[in-house]
Design a protein around this ligand. Structure first.
Ligand SMILES: N[C@@H](CCC(=O)N[C@@H](CS)C(=O)NCC(=O)O)C(=O)O
Length: 170
């Protein structure tokens, strides 16, 4: 909020002046979904990735990319409509309602996007949906509410929320 992301020190880390950014040894990774993918692969013992030779890897990668390439721009365009209606075929996400329907269908069977295994893809899609509902940017569909409710029961999410609250209080 103080604009430090625009200063040369942070620009050297991420020329986009965006957070988050991760430094792991000499490796710098930016873009939230890339960071999650990188960490899940770097620490497979955590069980958050789908290995490269697993046939579920394709679906796993699809959801990791779907957050930043479809859900986030769909939410932003919906919240701040463009002056001129863009052609559906030119928008990578198509249209907002289709994105919501596709995600609702994917999270409904549960407990997670890939079934019993919680993966980095749930971190991305889960945070899109949790944040989207929190700020009334997406509809509170029963599928979303149930999925986010399952995520909120996870101790890891509870620890992360507590850390955010500590930071906000400070
Ligand atoms: N495409 C980026 C977007 C990140 C993003 O928009 N971050 C916001 C905070 S949530 C930010 O850094 N805003 C600061 C600014 O643009 O000045 C990603 O997925 O990591």
């Amino acid at each position: 909020m103080n604009g430090e992301q625009y200063e040369p020190g942070y620009r050297a880390i991420n020329p986009m002046s965006k957070v988050p950014a991760l430094k792991h040894g000499d490796v710098v990774v930016t873009e939230a979904a890339a960071i999650c993918t990188y960490l899940a692969d770097a620490f497979p013992q955590a069980g958050l990735n789908v290995p490269i030779d697993d046939p579920r890897r394709g679906v796993y990668l699809k959801w990791l990319f779907f957050g930043p390439s479809c859900i986030e721009p769909a939410i932003t365009d919906h919240a701040f409509p463009r002056k001129e209606e863009p052609r559906r075929g030119m928008l990578g996400y198509g249209d907002f309602d289709r994105v919501m329907d596709v995600v609702a269908k994917a999270v409904e069977p549960g407990p997670y996007l890939l079934g019993e295994q919680f993966t980095a893809a749930d971190v991305i899609i889960g945070s899109n949906l949790r944040w989207g509902m929190m700020f009334d940017l997406i509809p509170k569909r029963s599928e979303f509410v149930a999925y986010v409710g399952r995520l909120e029961k996870r101790p890891a999410l509870q620890r992360a929320v507590a850390k955010d609250q500590e930071l906000a209080a400070a």
